[in-house]
Design a binder for this molecule. Structure first.
Ligand code: HEC
Ligand code: HEC
Length: 209
């Protein structure tokens, strides 16, 4: 297992460069097939460092891909900036539609009781005294037209990394800094608890194209 992970890590690191250099023949492949190595052909990745894309709002996925292409989102160790650069603007729409149309993944139920309590309180109620809104206000109950990403049924490890990246300013592509101001109010303990809680909830597709 350790050796497989090591080899996989190398493949993941060189893949976009091989494809860009035409060393992998991608002709005849659908544009989403090159994404499957990391994100799964059904958009339900197995490893926590790769986000689950299935049933995310199409417009959210397209925005992230455009942001990677334009270097507005740079918290990906260059992996997605390289992959997104291989897509034409038309292909961005095609892959965003493809992954958005996949069936929503099931929840990740591996969660401790303390995280369920603390994470649930933050997710559902926020902390009004600190002006910290509930995550659910946007991510579950927000206007579907705003295309908020689903954080339910997402890998907790991926959610934690995004929250740390927002908090520390490595990810800066959130409109009006909305997530940077939320994450600024979260401790490391809050982040672990709310990530585990969000991952343990089922995902519902909310926005329609
Ligand atoms: C070599 C592995 C790899 C490949 C291949 C890959 N990705 Fe990614 N992708 C990642 C990683 C790692 C991240 C998370 C970066 C971070 O930590 O913010 C990511 C993030 C994303 C995101 C942001 C998701 C979110 O919830 O914000 C989108 C969208 C995405 N990838 C789409 C694609 C598409 C479409 C393709 C194929 C054209 C693709 N990826 C190919 C590794 C990969
Ligand atoms: C006022 C609305 C709002 C609230 C409240 C909010 N978010 Fe967000 N969140 C957003 C928006 C908008 C984005 C997408 C940013 C972008 O376009 O890249 C986002 C993105 C995220 C992401 C990145 C998703 C991905 O797939 O990469 C995570 C993780 C996240 N939020 C977690 C949380 C958590 C946890 C809370 C509660 C503590 C929360 N958010 C509260 C609006 C909100």
């Amino acid at each position: 297992m350790a050796r497989w992970r090591f080899l996989f890590g190398i493949l993941v690191a060189v893949w976009p460069r091989l494809a860009a250099a035409d060393m992998i023949d991608t002709s005849g492949l659908q544009p989403w097939e090159t994404c499957a190595l990391c994100h799964g052909i059904d958009g339900v990745s197995r490893m926590a460092k790769f986000p689950r894309l299935a049933a995310q709002p199409e417009a959210y996925l397209a925005k992230q891909l455009r942001d990677f292409r334009l270097a507005h989102r740079q918290n990906d160790d260059n992996v997605m900036m390289d992959n997104a650069a291989l897509l034409s603007p038309a292909e961005v729409q095609v892959v965003a539609r493809y992954f958005s149309d996949q069936e929503a993944p099931g929840p990740i139920e591996d969660i401790e009781a303390t995280d369920r309590a603390a994470g649930g309180a933050l997710f559902n109620s926020g902390r009004p005294a600190e002006n910290l809104p509930a995550c659910a206000a946007c991510h579950v109950k927000g206007d579907p037209a705003a295309n908020y990403p689903a954080i339910t049924a997402q890998h907790p490890g991926y959610i934690e990394k995004q929250l740390r990246d927002f908090k520390e300013g490595r990810r800066q592509n959130d409109p009006d800094g909305v997530m940077r101001s939320v994450a600024a109010k979260l401790s490391a303990r809050d982040i672990a608890a709310v990530a585990a809680y969000a991952g343990s909830l089922p995902r519902q597709k909310r926005s329609q194209p």
